[in-house]
Design a protein around this ligand. Structure first.
Ligand SMILES: [Zn+2]
Length: 222
């Protein structure tokens, strides 16, 4: 496949990491706003890759050429893998953001699943740990305790694992957002503005409010 479109972001540490995991997110804003945030030094956030709704891939933090630098996408996070407790997943993972206003409400596109398939196939050649389906996590699995709820209910993990890891047992990736909260959020969708700036502001706020509620639901985890 073609190399991703390269975006110059200041939001990463220019040191290589030992890649053990791939972490999936949704953006909560559109592609234009996502790339604005990921290139704004004040926001201190950037994932390695962004996948637009049409499947176009952008590289904001280097990883594609085989040396992944330390992106700022996971934040305070932990993952228990057997006896090993991994903490601070920015040190151990490549982050992929899927453009979607809210992955607990809106489906991801087939073009995004196809792009993910291409991304996984490419990255596995560079980072052998990613040969194992268990290496793919959602942000909500590693930071649900502080309210992260992405990629969310609408991300089709069985579809993703079947396409990217045929023959491997699909790991369980339960959503962090309680179903009652998801249903309450769905009732907000009819009030969402259409104009892009207003829609971005609306859904970014919904996402922040959701984090507060999900953190309360998961405060005792781990
Ligand atoms: Zn995230």
């Amino acid at each position: 496949m073609d190399a991703p479109h390269r975006i110059d972001s200041p939001n990463y540490d220019p040191r290589p990491i030992d890649v053990r995991f791939l972490v999936l997110h949704y953006t909560a804003v559109d592609r234009v706003r996502t790339l604005e945030i990921f290139t704004d030094p004040a926001r201190k956030a950037a994932a390695h890759l962004v996948v637009d709704v049409d499947g176009t891939i952008y590289e904001c933090v280097p990883c594609w050429e085989g040396t992944a630098l330390r992106g700022w996408h996971a934040g305070v996070s932990r993952w228990r893998d057997g006896q090993t407790l991994w903490e601070g997943l920015n040190d151990w993972s490549i982050g992929v953001e899927l453009v979607n206003f809210n992955g607990n409400l809106f489906p991801f596109s087939e073009a995004q699943y196809a792009a993910l398939e291409a991304i996984v196939a490419h990255l596995r050649r560079c980072y052998p740990a990613l040969d194992d389906a268990n290496a793919v996590l959602g942000h909500e699995q590693i930071a649900g305790f502080r309210g992260k709820a992405d990629p969310g209910w609408r991300f089709d993990w069985p579809h993703f694992f079947a396409a990217c890891y045929p023959g491997q047992i699909a790991p369980s990736r339960p959503p962090a957002c309680p179903a009652t909260l998801r249903d309450a959020l769905a009732s907000l969708a009819e009030f969402a503005p259409v104009e892009p700036d207003a829609a971005n502001a609306f859904w970014e706020r919904v996402s922040l409010l959701t984090e507060t509620a999900v953190a309360l639901a998961h405060g005792d985890d781990l």
